[in-house]
Write a protein that binds this ligand. Structure first.
Ligand code: ADP
Ligand code: MG
Length: 328
């Protein structure tokens, strides 16, 4: 069997099934959320790890080392925020191919350190190896530890019918930024490329939402909500209705899309790496004004993890190539 036959999430399910018996009941919650949870008295420890591989997650000539260092930490911080937690420490492992200079790595560490300092998260260890051979690729793995008060973390499995569905910030900027970077047009829409190269994890928003009982399910958006929302729906056994005209998009994204014959909605729904928070909250919840969040839809009954996209009261079909009107 090829991995392509079962996909990334099919593969993770296999691991999950194979190891399920090794997790002592009540002692940990493992695979399936943004972080694993390990109860320890008044606190629950949160643990996450993410890998960035040259050629897959970044191009060395497309991303500067400072931004790469920043982003390696940012994507892990985002997973802690997604649980409503506070980060404690990070661990950094590097596979370094031939041809990478000390100066390059210094810049990488500077980016990593600046974001560490911003959120007071010390780097407490890691591992360093050589990526051998002329085709050696740079590999970056960050592990992160965080915590939240016992039982207060936000899981993907807690959405209930009637909940409002919300996202922080705007969607699609990062995916448009990647388009620009791949074309070598790094400076024209700096707001878009910056969102891709130097994402700002929503740490404060995560903590505030984490402390709100009315907030039910939460995760961060790394693959685009068309895909990520399904994880919440799957885990919670519910479906969703999304009002596509409510999807928050930046003026810069609209301007870029208009000037380049692109569909901004495709970037907003299916583009990746926004690192915004996606959460559900009981209907009528007042979201604190310091959080820039937009309600984009409602959780509805139905275990088929269906997402119904609605415009002006009628359903529209979303595919990777955009929207078609859906006739019943
Ligand atoms: P995220 O994008 O939030 O980091 P992923 O989609 O990468 O989450 O992973 C989904 C879940 O699967 C997480 O709980 C993660 O820890 C787990 N996971 C992914 N790969 C593996 C693996 N090789 N072994 C064990 N667990 C894994
Ligand atoms: Mg995540």
């Amino acid at each position: 069997m090829e991995i392509a036959d079962i996909g990334e999430f099919g593969l993770i399910d296999r691991v999950n099934n194979m190891f399920a018996g090794t997790i002592p009941a009540q002692e940990a919650i493992g695979i399936g959320d943004d972080c694993a949870v390990i109860p320890a008295g008044e606190r629950d420890w949160l643990v996450t790890t993410d890998m960035l591989l040259e050629g897959t997650h970044f191009l060395r000539n497309g991303t500067g080392p400072y931004d790469l260092g920043w982003k390696s930490l940012a994507v892990n911080l985002s997973d802690i925020a997604a649980m409503g937690g506070k980060p404690t420490a990070s661990f950094l492992s590097l596979g370094i191919p031939e041809g990478i200079s000390v100066e390059y790595l210094d810049e990488f560490f500077k980016g990593y350190r600046d974001l560490s300092a911003k959120w007071s998260v010390p780097l407490l260890g890691g591992d360093t190896t050589r990526a051998a051979g002329p085709d050696g690729k740079m590999a970056i793995n960050v592990g992160m530890l965080g915590y939240c008060p016992s039982g207060r973390e936000k899981f993907r499995k807690s959405a209930v019918p009637g909940d409002g569905i919300y996202v922080t910030g705007t969607l699609g900027d990062s995916a448009a930024g990647l388009d620009l970077i791949l074309k070598g047009e790094m400076t024209e829409y700096i707001e878009l490329t910056r969102k891709h190269t130097r994402p700002e994890p929503r740490m404060e928003e995560g903590r505030i939402l984490g402390n709100m009982e009315a907030v039910h399910a939460m995760m961060d958006i790394s693959d685009g909500i068309a895909s990520d929302l399904r994880h919440i729906l799957d885990a919670s056994g519910v479906s969703a209705e999304i009002e596509i005209d409510k999807i928050p998009m930046s003026d810069k994204l609209r301007e870029w899309a208009l000037g380049n014959g692109k569909d901004p909605m495709e970037k907003a729904l299916a583009g990746g790496e926004d690192y915004e928070l996606l959460f559900t909250a009981a209907d009528g919840t007042v979201i604190p004004s310091e959080i820039r969040a937009t309600r984009i839809g409602t959780i509805v009954k139905g275990s088929g993890h269906n997402i119904k996209y609605i415009r002006n009261g009628s359903e529209v079909l979303f595919s990777a190539s955009g929207f078609d009107h859906f006739r019943k």
